[in-house]
Write a protein that binds this ligand. Sequence first.
Ligand code: VGL
Ligand code: ZN
Length: 209
Amino acid sequence: MTIDDTTVLIVVDVQNDFLPGGSLAVKDGDQVVPVINRVAGRFANIVATQDWHTPKHISFASSHPGKRPFDMIDLVYGKQVLWPDHCVQGTEGAALARDLSIPQAQLMIRKGFHHNIDSYSAFTEADGKTTTGLAAYLQARRIRRVFVAGLATDFCVAWTALDVRKAGFETTIIEDACRAIDADGSLAKAWRDAGTAGVRRMQSTDLAV
Ligand code: VGL
Ligand code: ZN
């Protein structure tokens, strides 16, 4: 496995609200931190993302009277799962995990900041057209291959990896560097969709020198 300057690691949403004790805690979410810290040392290029919502964001159940977290609603752009309030801009919950150590990360992508549009993917928002600019950045940096790690496997990691494929890059999810929410079969569906799109999956130990 050669990791050269045409390869990037995208570290997705390793933020306090997704860790145990956070408002949208992913089971064992904290366990990705040491794995990511370890593999990060192998990459010359790292991009990190933060889920970065406005207060009362449209993806929050609390913004829709009578709705509860994990309910599904129809928005102008399609189906939307409703979440507990999480990753509000500038809050401690939106901060990167304290023990995450990726000082060499070159770009932070914040997503989900449009009040009326959610964004699981680091590339294209949930309306299917608003772009974060990340594909153009990776093209400008002459990137060819993308590894993805972080939280949560079945939402932001999977949607990011699918969009990496759409942007025309090779992509691999580092499975043990991710943890899932797994609501209503979402994890099985995510792996199915990823497989169909040609997303590879690998363990962090497969990256060992
Ligand atoms: C995420 C649900 C809502 C994620 C973000 O990072 O996977 N999931 N917002
Ligand atoms: Zn979110």
